[in-house]
Design a protein around this ligand. Structure first.
Ligand code: ZN
Length: 106
């Protein structure tokens, strides 16, 4: 039997490949708006980032989103996304823990 393949995506900052649920997706919508997409289902070109602020900072420094999304991203947008990233990080980590903990009946 073949093991089931887990879809891997690469973090645009540190270039590590990881399962999709370990990564936060940043999407460029058809209206050219950059958003953090925790559902992973929004339409548009996506870039993935580890759920770590250090990787966001690295992406900002190396302008990784410009390359990954093939669009110029202004420093203001990086700043705004960083704020959002910090906000969703807790939710993201909580979501992962909820998935991992299957014995919680609460
Ligand atoms: Zn990373």
């Amino acid at each position: 039997m073949k093991p089931r393949k887990i879809p891997l995506r690469k973090c645009v900052a540190c270039n590590q490949s990881m399962p999709k649920k370990e990564l936060i997706r940043v999407v460029k919508t058809p209206d050219d708006v950059l958003l953090i997409d925790l559902t992973g289902k929004k339409a548009g070109r996506g870039a993935y980032l580890c759920g770590k602020q250090s990787c966001f900072k690295l992406a900002k420094k190396s302008r990784a989103f410009d390359r990954a999304l093939k669009t110029p991203v202004s420093p203001d947008i990086y700043d705004a996304l960083e704020q959002d990233f910090i906000k969703v990080e807790d939710e993201f980590i909580a979501g992962k823990e909820a998935v991992d903990d299957e014995h919680d009946d609460e």
